[in-house]
Ligand binder design. Sequence first.
Ligand code: TYD
Ligand code: MG
Length: 457
Amino acid sequence: MPAVKTTYLCQQCGAASPKWAGQCPACSAWNTLVETIAAPRSPGRTQSAARAVAGASVVTPIGRLTSAEASRLSSGFGEVNRVLGGGFVPGSIILFGGDPGIGKSTLLLQLAARIAAAGESVLYVTAEESPEQVRGRAERIGGVVDGLNLAATTDLDTALAAIESVSPALAVVDSVQTLTSPELSGPAGSVGQVREVAARMAEVAKAGRTCIALVGHVTKEGTVAGPRTLEHLVDAVIYLEGERLGSTRLLRAAKNRFGSTDEVGVLEMRGDGLAEVDDASRFFLESEETPTAGSAVTIALEGTRPLAVEIQALSAASSYGSPRRATTGIDVNRVLMLIAVLARHAGLNLSGHDVYVNVAGGLRIDEPAADLAIATALASSLRERPVRTGTVLAGEVALSGRLRAAMRAERRLLEATRLGFDRLVTGPARGERSASRQSGLVVAPDIRAALEATLEH
Ligand code: TYD
Ligand code: MG
């Protein structure tokens, strides 16, 4: 084996050092040096004739190419296809990230089995679990199918050789943290190793028609070996999210060269693996026959998809000096702002109350259009008056207490109507003429008027 040289590259300034150090000798940044295999130099002078041949071989008339769209490989799950942008693109590399135990291996094995069942060849490289463990999971999810092959190894070169020899439509690599290249001295899961695995896998994917799905234990916050180091090496980064103890799982793209990053996929963890939910939009509604105080429904737009979501608030007289404010699924600062707006512009004083706000079903909402439903749930809880039956809310609340229409209010109203609601309370759109008002759309100028139109008397 030729002697391989490794160097330590600074992730900040790009300087190379022969030895690892805590601080980059060039730019003085801390903990930025990553073990990297030095790029092999071509021996001697490159002959210009040889170079011309190599150059010509990479040039193709655009008319002779087919677009990636035409040949997408369906994952077998509508929700996954939605997030991928239509399906797996041959010759691409995708990172599936998520917390340990969230269901990445389960999901990828299910995708592998469905694609194999559709007649394509699939290779599942398991570097974390034994083939027997994977077989056990496959039995549980109904994934023992022809065309699905397993390769158990923790050696990067062996894994690459297996992928190249089978040349499958899809190769799953589980996980990027457990494969290692012996050429690097760092342990499995170190930044240098993880980058090397991703980079070599990307090379193999690009060279053929295999789509490679890398599994990675990474979170959005991103540890050093997290997505920030890998993001530029892969075509797409998809996160599987959810509360570990809850059963809802959301798929979101943080990067996607072949589709939008706005779409969200909704799945549910069951006893036989992950399942698509029948009506994702209805999924986040806690079905209650009689409306209760402290609950308000909004229609959130996740990408192009409207989802009806219930916001639950509880206010209770606090027994300590400074009241508690706790939220799940919503930014606590947004709630603090809305509490202040309610006090100042709607005469609702929560300063002596503990406040808890929840998004039902484990969804996280970031869009300001959820403001009105959050404020209404808070007001409803404090006044002990439920929201009128059939009402949903979507609008942004300004510090002045004035409302602004939710973006694409008509689309939201349409979805609300489909789900059996008959009124969407929102704010005025900028420059809106009264002629554009639709039946069922209730436009309130400010938070006080919105509460008046929304809460039971
Ligand atoms: P797993 O796919 O191993 O997670 P990851 O690869 O992200 O670490 O799944 C872990 C959890 O999923 C485990 O706690 C058991 C649960 N699970 C189910 O609830 N149903 C199933 O059918 C399977 C296979 C797993
Ligand atoms: Mg796993």
